[in-house]
Design a protein around this ligand. Structure first.
Ligand SMILES: [Zn+2]
Ligand SMILES: [Zn+2]
Length: 616
């Protein structure tokens, strides 16, 4: 079973390589892999000699409600490692019906143990030569040495991810949603030889769905990115703010005395729909001082934003213009400015980044200037078609060109990607086929972080639970096969009804052709949605509801059906009102706490209801 896109069949990824980012040289990676493989072989050898010669022993972690094992964590274990030990205890108890004791420290005896986290004991069991992984290393490995099971990675998150992987891969536990975990009951679980390791494909993984903000669910599913810091086992890597030119150099504070700090537009200095004059040395000094203060006051972020306001209006003064002419892009003056800020804060804040946008009028990469090592360029896919992978759709050609250009010159990119229909969160949106290829495209273009913007204000976005779950797995491993993940979710989350929900999912995605391009404003009157489609989809959901195993599962099916009801209300409001579709939509939305049908929230919700109710 390989539901989770592990690295089966490929060499284990070296633990000592910090992040599996494309920045790591190929040769270096190969060399580490070789060293790693050799280390692995010697470990397996040691294990083999401790077994009875010529045969592999089958060992039981638990059998018929009994276990000889205990869980051991080092006295110096981190908070997240202790949390992970508790997770291991809880889910083994759910699956096997036996609660293993947790011991802290070297442990009382030498009986069989699950060692959680790196420790002197683990080091000794591995032969005493391996070094501890770096604290921030998210890679992990678990294996057995004789009867002992060792799970370790970096202290901050590596170990906890190793524990989650063990629970998922070995015991079949699934953390589908914040409220639904499936832990299949087993009488007995045995192993002969364990050895599995993984490393993240993307360093900062921001699954921006309402469902994914639950800190425990996020920690279990290896989501480590956030807009703002939140308390979560292992912590998060946060990106401070966006559109910060004016927040950092406010016009109300400076414009009256110093209009020259702001854009010169058509011969006049202005701050209306304008930016900063980026070649003014005083602007650089003020902004740098304030950013430095922000970094000192809030050191918990990984990346600090210095970027354009959310409109155009760049400065047209002679000095700014000269850089634009030289670079062939408005990104020129922005990047030259941001590089200087990054140089000024580098020594005091090692490991931190200054982030800026490549967005709308600055999306085209500059011709000569290069971002510094401690600069992150945040690149946005807002204009794209999401029916077809970026590289396969002619509508996305200029986006791909700009991305290629930035990846050639920027050491680090951070992607702001969109996986949702902003205008109608609650409308069928068949974009699942692009999720993996687009993530691989970003990974191959030097993305150290990806934010997948979904329905983030309330529950009930179209297939929100499924998308949040699939995205979490793909952000960790963009090479994971999507199909088995979706099938597993359909079966595990919807039970017997899953086959019909899946048939609907396939019906919807089958509507796509090479000519149907979809954007984040897809409308209910789109050619994808015919009357036949709505009828057939309705029949599939009827069947799903009939076979739902429990009332709770039937409610999950209803939530999945909500977008279809919404579609019918938008397209044929009179009919929807008369045949009960509208009443049903309203009831489900209320029951499930779905209060955002679009990003714009309450005004959209009110308009939807008044339009359906007033239709004649
Ligand atoms: Zn200027
Ligand atoms: Zn397209």
């Amino acid at each position: 079973m390989n539901h989770h896109g592990s690295f089966q069949g490929s060499p284990p990824v070296p633990l000592n390589t910090a992040w599996a980012s494309p920045g790591v040289g190929r040769t270096q990676r190969l060399r580490s892999r070789l060293a790693w493989l050799c280390a692995g072989l010697s470990i397996l050898g040691a294990a083999a000699t401790s077994d009875t010669a010529g045969q592999r022993l089958e060992r039981a972690l638990f059998d018929n409600g009994r276990s000889a094992y205990r869980i051991v964590v080092d006295a110096a274990a981190s908070e997240s490692e202790r949390w992970a030990a508790g997770e291991l205890q809880q889910w083994i108890a759910e699956v096997g019906g036996v609660r293993l004791p947790i011991e802290t420290g070297a442990g009382q005896g030498d009986g069989p143990a699950l060692h959680v986290g790196w420790s002197p004991k683990v080091r000794a069991l591995l032969g005493g030569e391996k070094e501890a992984p770096a604290d921030g290393d998210e890679a992990f490995r678990y294996l057995n040495v004789g009867e002992s099971i060792l799970i370790w990675g970096g202290r901050q998150r590596g170990t906890q991810y190793g524990v989650m992987s063990f629970l998922e891969r070995e015991l079949g536990v699934r953390f589908y949603t914040p409220s639904v975990t499936v832990a299949p009951r087993r009488n007995r679980w045995t192993f002969t030889a364990l050895d599995h390791s993984e490393a993240p494909g993307i360093r900062v993984r921001n699954d921006f769905y309402f469902e994914a903000f639950d800190p425990i669910w996020a920690a279990r599913n290896r989501v480590n990115g956030a807009m703002n810091p939140r308390v979560q086992p292992g912590g998060v890597e946060a990106y401070w703010s966006v559109h910060t030119f004016f927040p950092l150099v406010p016009p109300e504070e400076f414009f009256a005395e110093h209009p020259e700090y702001y854009s010169l537009i058509k011969g006049v200095r202005t701050h209306e729909r304008a930016q900063l004059c980026l070649t003014n040395p005083e602007v650089l000094r003020i902004l740098t001082d304030r950013l430095r203060r922000r970094m000192r006051e809030s050191p918990e972020y990984l990346i600090y934003d210095v970027s354009q306001n959310d409109w155009a209006g760049p400065c047209e003064c002679t000095d700014c213009r000269a850089i634009v002419d030289r670079e062939g892009s408005q990104a020129g003056p922005v990047l030259e400015f941001v590089n200087r800020v990054a140089d000024a804060v580098r020594d005091e804040f090692p490991g931190k980044f200054v982030g800026t946008l490549a967005y709308q009028y600055t999306r085209k990469p500059p011709a000569h200037i290069r971002p510094r090592d401690n600069v992150v360029v945040r690149f946005c896919s807002i204009e794209c078609c999401f029916a077809h992978p970026f590289v396969e759709c002619p509508k996305n050609r200029s986006f791909v060109e700009d991305m290629d250009g930035w990846a050639r010159i920027a050491p680090h990119l951070y992607i702001w990607d969109y996986v949702v229909n902003f205008s109608h969160y609650v409308l069928p949106y068949p974009n699942f086929r692009v999720l993996a290829p687009n993530l691989r495209f970003f990974r191959d273009h030097r993305a150290i972080g990806i934010m997948e913007q979904g329905a983030y204000q309330s529950r009930g976005g179209e297939f929100a639970e499924l998308r949040a779950y699939v995205l979490a797995r793909l952000l960790w491993n963009p090479d994971a096969e999507v199909e088995p993940i979706i099938s597993d979710f359909m079966h595990g989350y919807y039970g017997r009804a899953g086959q019909f929900v899946r048939a609907y999912f396939d019906l919807l995605h089958g509507r796509l052709t090479p000519d149907t391009h979809i954007h984040l404003g897809l409308r209910p009157d789109n050619v994808l949605f015919s009357a036949d489609f709505i009828d057939e989809a309705g029949r599939l959901f009827d069947q799903a509801e009939i076979v739902a195993d429990t009332e709770e599962v039937r409610r999950r099916v209803e939530l999945a059906r909500l977008p279809l009801l919404y579609l019918k209300c938008k397209r044929t409001p009179v009919l929807a009102r008369e045949d009960g579709t509208y009443a049903r939509f309203t009831e489900i939305a209320r029951r499930e706490g779905v209060d955002h049908y679009a990003e714009s929230g309450e005004p959209h919700r009110r308009r939807f209801h008044s339009e359906v109710e007033a239709a004649r």
